[in-house]
Design a protein around this ligand. Structure first.
Ligand code: OOG
Ligand code: NI
Length: 462
């Protein structure tokens, strides 16, 4: 009988996330050091403020905190992108959002594969930021043709994983044994290769065009280039990194430190320089490549369209005042400007809720369930009476300006090309062979579900 014994895709994703983390920790020991530091900081954040742990427990985030991470890959062709989407779908991950990185001088556009329902996110919030190289942005015709044929020759998926994807699509899922094999086979796509598919000279030409182009074109597969654990206190991790022998990037991307964290703050350590064997007419040639790095993130509340517009406006204002991309030389100034400018962003959950700036989950309190004077009260009145409590809905996505900063800190400042190309979501979705989901609609749906559950628990209509 089909359909009965399929493994839950959320559990396949959890297994895959664990296997990926183990592989990366073996390959990049500094990532293991980072995981230890983040665990220490998270433990002390929770023991210093028991309210944090309580709030995380209520929303189900406590269980997911230690397994939480995101990664990133860069693929080279539409066919690779479409197949990666099918691979992630087996694990219950859908493409959410569209990110255009060309304004920041990076020749890619991207989406994030992740689970969309809060119950699935609670089992495994693992996400992958996936970028597609825009070959049309290579201006040398000869190099563009070389890149295209090189990419067309490679196969980034094992033949077994392709079979298992088709099987999952045809049958509607995978049983335990097939799911286990799927995880092992899928992992191969993300593995590092210390040998290139091109000569050192070809690599250097690609590199000259753009570091990122070399990273995508010169290798057999889209190696995972970082994995990012989630911390409850990114400022402490930033300060703690050098003590563990890790050098962080100059500025934390995203909003400044606040009482009520919003969206996403991120920092990373620089990519390692790793030895690579290139092919050569007269035998192998030795060289190196840097791509793999470590990153840490702190997630805050998801913003409504109104809140996001205010965030974008304040970030623009801070960057304009700085007059340059944030870097090592202006980092202190930038942080000061950012903090000053963001004073205009309300910093209590009640203001964020009342002004419709952020998304929340609503919970009926014991007092509310016992009360007899609920009928006819609206949400604000129920909250004022202490019958309903709110918890922030965590932001599950990425930020284009921050992502650009992360790319840049690893590619080097020399990687800032100027492209006149525009965002091209239609082309991206055609290449992906499906639509990307709108993240704001997903948050609104989760908020609505929680309002309905809350109303049902209280026996009122909201
Ligand atoms: C992806 C950079 C973006 C983030 O967390 O914003 C990213 C990449 O370097 O491929 O991972
Ligand atoms: Ni990242």
């Amino acid at each position: 009988m089909t359909g009965v014994n399929f493994k839950n895709p959320d559990l396949i994703r959890a297994d895959f996330s664990r296997a990926m983390s183990d592989m990366y920790r073996d390959e990049v020991p500094l990532y293991g050091t980072l995981l230890d530091l983040v665990a220490e900081v998270n433990d002390s954040a929770m023991s210093n403020d028991p309210g944090i742990a309580e709030s995380l427990r209520k929303t189900g985030e406590l269980e997911r905190l230690n397994v939480e991470r995101h990664g990133a890959i860069r693929v080279g062709t539409p066919a690779e992108l479409a197949t990666i989407a099918r691979l992630f779908a087996v694990m219950g991950m859908s493409p959410v959002g569209y990110y255009d990185l060309t304004p920041a001088g990076v020749p890619v556009h991207s989406t994030a594969f992740r689970a969309v329902h809060e119950a699935s996110l609670q089992i495994s919030p693992f996400r992958v930021f996936c970028s597609l190289l825009r070959l049309e942005l290579i201006d040398s015709e000869a190099l563009r043709a070389f890149a295209k044929t090189t990419l067309e020759k490679r196969s980034i998926f094992t033949s077994r994983v392709l079979e298992l994807i088709s099987q999952a699509e045809a049958d509607g899922g995978l049983n335990d044994a097939d799911a286990e094999e799927f995880v092992q086979q899928a992992l191969e796509t993300f593995r590092w290769h210390s040998s290139a598919t091109v000569s050192l000279d070809e690599y250097q030409q690609l590199l000259k065009q753009h570091r990122l182009i070399a990273d995508v074109v010169a290798f057999r597969g889209p190696h995972i280039n970082h994995l990012t654990p989630r911390t409850l206190d990114i400022d402490s991790v930033q300060v703690g990194m050098p003590k563990k022998g890790i050098t962080p990037k100059a500025v934390i991307e995203g909003p400044p430190k606040r009482n009520c964290p919003i969206l996403l703050r991120q920092t990373s350590f620089k990519a390692l320089n790793e030895a690579i064997t290139f092919i050569g007419a007269n035998g192998a040639e030795q060289g190196s490549h840097s791509a793999r790095f470590g990153e840490i993130e702190q997630r805050g509340v998801a913003l409504t369209p109104k809140g996001r517009a205010l965030y974008d406006q304040l970030l623009d204002q801070a960057r304009e005042e700085l007059g340059d991309f944030p870097n090592e030389n202006n980092a202190v100034d930038y942080m000061a400007i950012l903090e000053r400018v963001f004073v205009a962003f309300p910093d209590s959950y009640s203001e964020l809720q009342q002004q419709d700036l952020a998304y929340f989950r609503y919970f009926a309190t014991e007092q509310g369930m016992a009360a007899s004077d609920k009928a006819g009260k609206d949400l604000a009145a129920l909250m004022a009476a202490g019958y309903v409590q709110i918890e922030p809905l965590v932001y599950e996505d990425f930020l284009p300006v921050s992502a650009a900063g992360i790319f840049q800190s690893n590619l080097g400042d020399d990687a800032q090309a100027h492209y006149s190309a525009d965002a091209n979501k239609d082309q991206f979705e055609a290449d992906l062979s499906r639509k990307t989901l709108n993240e704001l609609a997903l948050y609104a749906e989760t908020q609505q579900r929680s309002l309905q559950e809350c109303a049902a628990a209280l026996g009122v209509s909201l």
